[in-house]
Structure formats: C-alpha cells, structure tokens
Design a protein around this ligand. Structure first.
Ligand code: BGC
Length: 757
C-alpha cells in the first residue's frame, strides 16, 4: 500500500470501508481494511510515558500497562523552560513508543492553566501560551524524530475537568486566539504534529468535535494543518456533523454504530462522499507514516516486549530532567546541604514518592527512586534518619496513631541539624476527571510542619503537588522551600541532587503561585454552571491578571532561585522586518556554575486595545560557569507582537513605542529598552455605522461626510459629545441637507477603491 498515494488507496475503498476506516476498531487501535492491505495503528497515552495497556483495556488507566519510563509530567517539564531538553524527552518517548509498536503517542497536552483548580493541571505546561507553544513544539519534534506521531491535545479551551464532556467554554475571540489557541497555533505551524486531538467540551456552544470554525477554518485554512484530527475518547456527539466539520477519526470504536450513520448520511445526500474521502485519506496518510518508520506495520500487539530501548539511559534522562524541573522558591542559605549534615527526612512522601497524576496518563514505571534513596546517595554514612510523620493511604489496626507519628518526627528533627520535610497533595486530590475544591495543603501536614519547626527551625520543605498550593503557612515556618511538583520515576533522587547542590536549581515557575485562591483570575467564573463556563477574565490569565490588577502574589510567574546569582546588562533591542532582535549580557556573579532562564517581556503602554501590562515573548535557559559573562541573542517574532483584531479578523501589529523588559521573572525585570515598532495597516471599511471620530480620522472619508456634518463640526464641544455616534445617525438628523444613503454609497465606493468591498 506504500506504493500508492493515500488518495489512490481511498479511491479503491467502498463507502462502508471508508466509514469504518475513520473510526477505531477498539480502545487503542484504528480500524484496518485487510482487503486493501491497510493495517490498524496503535494509539497510546501519553503524554509523559508510554501507557500501553496489557490485556483488557479499561481506558481510565486502572488496568495494568507495560512498564515504561515515567518521565516528569508536564507541570515539571514546563518549569525547565528548556526546549532542547524537552526535545530529548520527546525523542526518548518516541524510542519507547516505537519499541512497543505504538504508532501515535497521545500528547503533548498544552491547555492553558486557567485556574489552579483544574484537576489536570499536572498534565499541562503553563499559564502562558508562548511557554506552552515553544515547549509543546519541542516535545512534538523529539517524538516525531523517531517516526512516532504526536497527538497535540486537547483542542481547545479544555481548561477544567468539571462537566468536561458537555460544558461550553464561552470565550471571546481575542482571548481565544491570543491565549487559548496561540500555543496550538505555534506547535501546528512549527512542529507539524501528525495528529491533533479535539477536546470533549463545546467552544462557544459548539462541540469541539463538530466545530467547523475550529477544525477547518482556523486549524486548516488559517494554520495550514495537514495532519489528522481525532476525537478525544468519547468526544463525538454527532459523528456526521463531526466529519462535515473536519473530524477525521472517531476514537475509540463505536462498534459500527456511527459507521452506519455515516453510510446512511452519504446515501441520503446529507454528507458529501468527497468529505468522507478526505477524512479517509488522512487516516491512510497516518497509516503510511507509521509504516514508513521501520518498514513494517506499527500495529503492535497488546502484549509486546517491554524494552528495546536503553532502560537505564532513559531513567538517567528522567533524573536529569526532573532535577532541571525543581523550582527553589525560598532559601535563606540553608541549601545546599553538606554531605556531613545530620538530616532528618520527615514525611511519608520521602519514602513513598508522589511522582505522577491519576487518569489516562498513569504510567507503570520501569523503576522508582525515593527521596530517601537520593538523600542517602549524597549524605555521609548514617547522616540521614527518617520519620514518616503522617500516613498516606488507609490506616489499619497496626498503623501508628497520628500523635505517635508526629512525636517520632519531632524527636528525629530535634536530634538533627536540618529537618527536610516532604509534604504535598495526596494522590486522590488531583486527577483527570475532577477538579480540586481548594489549593490547600492537608491540615495535618501543616500541623506536622509546625511541630517540627518548633523542635528545630532549620526546616527545608519539599513540596509534591501537580497543581499549585498555597504556600503562605509553609514559608512562615521554613528556611527553604523547594517546589518539586510531580517529577516522574526518578524524582526522588533528582530532588536530592538539588538539595545537595549536585545540580544547581534552574527551574522557574511556569505558573503564578497566588497568595489565595480568591486572588486567581477565574475565581468567580470557575467551573461555571448549567453547562456554561464564562471566561470572564478575558485576556487576563495567570500573571497577566495579577499584574494588571496589581495583586501581590506568593511567587510570580518565572520565579526560581539558584545557588548562584546572575546579573543582566547591556540590553540592546533592534526592530527589523521579522520582529525584534534582543541582545543581553548575563553574568554569573556567584561561585557556582548555574543556569538562568532569561525572560523577555514586551509591553505597549499606549495601546488602543486592552492589553496585559507585560507579556512573555521569548526565553532561553542558559548555562553559565561561575564568574562567566556572555552575550545572548533572543528573537521576538513579529507575529508574537500581534493582537487579534476583531474588526478585520486578522492578526495585527499595533505600531508604537514598545518597552522590552528582560529579567529573571515577570516581577524581577533587570534591564529595559524602548523601541519603535511600525504598525500593520488595518483595513477596516468605513460605513454609515462607523463613528464620527473614526470617519474624521480618515481624510478621504472625512471629505465625503463633511458637507452634511458641517453644522456639528464647527463646535468642538459638540464633536466631543457625538464623536462616538455612528455618522449615519447624525446625518439622519433634521437639517443636515443630505440623504444618508447617498453618503453611504459614496463611502462604499471609497471602500471598493481600497479593495475593501
Ligand atoms: C483523555 C485523553 C486521553 C484519552 C485516551 C481521555 O479521557 O482526555 O487525554 O488521551 O482519554 O486515554
């Protein structure tokens, strides 16, 4: 079948075959057509490991799956701000998927973290579309370099789990384009994912799976997507409407039920066969891509071999990436620890790591490091003692009581020089399928912290959580706070690498940590009601919100400490046709080698449209030896300066004097420059509905209306009063001496001359 083009293959199929080809054959396989030599393709979660289920596929991740490397979930990957590193992760995922006969790995997930409560935030990269887009593209590039397809998900505006299969995300077009779709646009145009998964929810009233505007007008016609669109598992409401809108593959199988609907619709003339042909062609194209990988069908089997890749090397990569993901939130100098320091490791998470979230992304890891293993690897013999402090999971009759556990923890803390306290969110608090109710740490863990800190104030807190938690009570009682997210199977040893300084922390927050849930942007509009969630905060998501409202936060977007310090100098910004060329000198002014994440923000204070105070436009994770100083060049693409113009339905760069701010976080700007940027021409037709001010700002149009409006134009106070009124209404007042429709016709002629007819 590789000798034929996808179109030629489809031309030989019957209507029934085409209908079945565009739906799954089971939970994890596409439908093949044996007669035409079209094999099935295996699709597997994703995103941070290969979850190839063994035997009975239950879909929600409870059934056993083949062992695979559990890389750090997206919440951690986002904190690296390092596309090169993520490309390596993607390639390793691709290698494992290929070894398991998987054709498409279902990820990455790049939905924006709109609310800290979203149960699936651990599966997403950031609250910022540039971070999500740049890092998402890197993962896709890496994965596909191994001949395994990515499935970019969940397209689009799937920012909560509550009511996720029905809710309508009601979003205005600017935030939809500028925040929620922008990352997808970048990944589609830069990395060309083989497939894209549409989300369960509706967008402005229409299911993503049958949203023509989304799946065809925007995705294909505007962005040029050439891959296949599959549904999320069970996201198809009306498959005929879906295929007509641009849905190519229904997943999982509907056991022939919707195939019959497709056949009937084509026979009845309500679905054009040519439209079905296009969907079938895309499925065949995907099959051919997977076949080309290694010359044989990637249909896999439910019981394939477990490896075929270097398990140790992948574990080492998981450890390297996990260490790079750790964000040092606070440090009074207690860290890094010396090997000889007597350390009390306290908290059940030290021995029973929480390293991934629940749901379809759940990986059966090839091995699992605990932090306790990691601490003992770095510390001198006998320097680390352990106390659980609290129980994870159900207590039984032999379990110690809560009081006993705290007493034991206090005793080991008092007998040590430093207490490292491992606290966080129990697994059942965050999962696919439901959201959190708050951002609180469990009260018994905070009480444990208090008791330990009373006994020994030299406390380092290590947090394990997939969504942000309120850290105020933690910060008050500790000398250092380490945000260790969910770090994958090697997270335990990776955290120890950071605590002992073998790795100098360089993770940065890809999402703001607010003081309180009530401060967060979507607080009043999450998760909606009666089938609708209104994105009332508009463009002001994440730091864009906190900055615009001048809300103090616990830790700003982009924040993260290091064991060294960096200085910024000599910023120069040069505008050119492609955008902005930014050059900045960064110096490592401390005594340790380290990594800094250089962040470039822009702002346009004089904008005519609503805008965040500052927006991230470029970033780079750079390594600098102690004392080293280097010049770094970053680019801000002109397209990234554009806003979506709702009048012209186009991306428009507004001209003006842009501030370019470079620094170590969204609230730690170190150097600034101001540069002029030439604006795009915005071609907006002027009509009788245009306001007086709009028409008078255009000399040729002003000439057309001047006669009828002369009486009003003489008086500046009057012009001020009626400046925002449509000219047609003013011309219709008694005594203007003109017929509004005639003036309208003249304006139309002007528009036509300008090509705006
Ligand atoms: C999830 C997807 C996942 C799919 C297959 C859905 O419930 O939303 O992210 O890829 O199941 O497991």
């Amino acid at each position: 079948m590789l000798a034929l083009t996808p179109e030629e293959v489809v031309a030989r199929l019957t209507l029934e075959e085409k209908a079945s080809l565009t739906s799954g054959s089971s939970f994890w396989f596409t439908q093949g057509v044996a007669r035409a030599g079209i094999p099935e393709v295996m699709l597997t979660d994703g995103p941070h490991g290969v979850r190839k289920q063994r035997g009975g596929a239950d879909h929600v991740g409870l059934a056993d799956s083949e062992p695979a490397t559990c890389f750090p979930p997206a919440v951690a990957l986002g904190s690296t701000f390092d596309p090169d590193l993520l490309e390596r992760v993607g390639a390793a995922l691709g290698e494992e998927a290929a070894a398991q006969g998987v054709g498409v790995l279902l990820g990455p997930g790049i939905n924006i973290k709109r609310s800290p409560l979203c149960g699936r935030n651990f599966e997403y990269l950031s609250e910022d579309p540039v971070v999500s887009g740049v890092l998402g593209a890197a993962l896709v590039r890496g994965l596909q370099s191994q001949g395994v397809g990515a499935s970019l998900k969940h397209f689009a505006a799937n920012n909560q789990e509550a009511d996720r299969m029905r809710v309508s995300a009601d979003v205005d077009e600017r935030p939809l384009r500028e925040i929620y779709l922008r990352g997808f646009q970048r990944v589609v145009t830069e990395a060309e994912p083989w497939t894209l998964m549409c989300s369960y929810n509706k967008i402005n009233g229409t299911y993503a799976s049958q949203n023509r505007w989304l799946l065809t007008d925007v995705l294909r016609d505007e962005w040029g997507f050439r891959g296949l669109v599959m549904s999320d598992w069970g996201a198809v409401d009306d498959r005929v409407a879906g295929v007509a809108a641009g849905l190519d593959l229904e997943m999982p199988s509907s056991e022939g039920r919707t195939d019959a609907e497709i056949v009937a619709a084509v026979r009845a003339g309500s679905l054009e066969e040519a439209v079905l042909d296009v969907a079938a062609t895309r499925v065949v194209d995907l099959v051919q891509k997977t076949l080309r990988r290694d010359g044989h069908a990637s249909s896999g089997s439910a019981h394939g071999a477990a490896d075929g890749y270097d398990v140790d090397a992948h574990h080492a990569l998981a450890r390297e990436v996990a260490a790079r993901s750790v964000v040092l939130l606070e440090n009074d100098g207690i860290l890094p620890l010396a090997p000889s320091t007597r350390v009390a490791a306290i908290g059940a998470f030290a021995a029973q790591p929480r390293y991934q979230g629940a749901g379809s992304s759940l990986i059966n890891p090839t091995r699992l490091d605990s932090a306790l293993d990691g601490l003992r690897e770095h510390a001198a013999e006998g320097a680390v003692t352990y106390a659980a402090g609290f129980l994870l999971g159900e207590a039984d009759s032999s379990s110690p009581t809560a009081d006993e556990l705290v007493r034991e923890a206090v005793a080991v803390a008092a007998a040590s020089e430093v207490a490292v306290l491992f606290i966080g969110l129990p697994a059942e608090l965050e999962s696919e399928g439901y959201d959190r109710a708050d951002i609180e740490l469990p009260v018994e863990q905070l009480a444990l912290l208090d008791a330990v800190a009373d006994a020994n104030p030299r406390v380092v807190v290590v947090l394990s959580n997939g969504g942000v938690v309120r850290v105020g009570d933690v910060t008050k009682r500790s000398a250092a706070v380490v945000e260790a997210w969910l770090l994958g199977q090697a997270g335990g040893t990776a955290v120890a690498d950071v605590l002992y300084g073998a790795v100098n922390p360089s993770g940065r927050l890809a999402e703001t940590i607010p003081h309180r849930l009530q401060d967060s942007p979507a607080y009043l509009d999450f998760p909606g009601e009666h089938g609708h969630v209104r994105y009332g905060e508009g463009l002001f998501v994440g730091y864009r919100w906190y900055d615009a409202r001048d809300v103090d936060v616990a830790h700003p977007f982009g924040h993260g400490l290091s064991y060294t310090t960096f200085e910024y100098s000599e910023l120069s910004v040069t505008p050119d046709a492609e955008g902005l060329a930014v050059s900045v000198t960064v110096t490592n002014t401390g005594e340790r080698d380290g990594r800094e994440v250089v962040q470039v923000y822009t702002r346009l204070a004089s904008s005519e449209v609503a805008r965040p105070l500052r927006e991230l436009k470029a970033f780079a994770s750079v390594a600098l030896a102690a004392g080293e100083s280097r010049v770094f060049e970053l680019r801000v693409a002109r397209a990234d300066l554009a806003c979506w113009d709702i009048r012209s339905g186009a991306w428009v760069v507004e001209g003006g004097s842009y501030s370019v701010e470079v620094g170590a976080s969204s609230r730690d700007i170190r150097v600034r420059a101001t540069v002029p940027v030439a604006g795009d021409e915005v071609a907006v037709p002027l009509t009788l509905d245009s306001s007086l001010d709009e028409v008078m700002a255009d000399p040729e149009a002003a000439e057309i209306v001047r006669h009828g409006l002369s009486r009003f134009l003489e008086d500046p106070d009057m012009v001020k009063l009626i400046g925002s009124a449509p000219v047609g209404r003013i011309l219709g007042f008694p005594g203007t001496g003109v017929v509004p429709a005639e003036v309208g016709a003249q304006l139309e002629r002007l528009n036509a001359e300008r090509g705006l007819g």
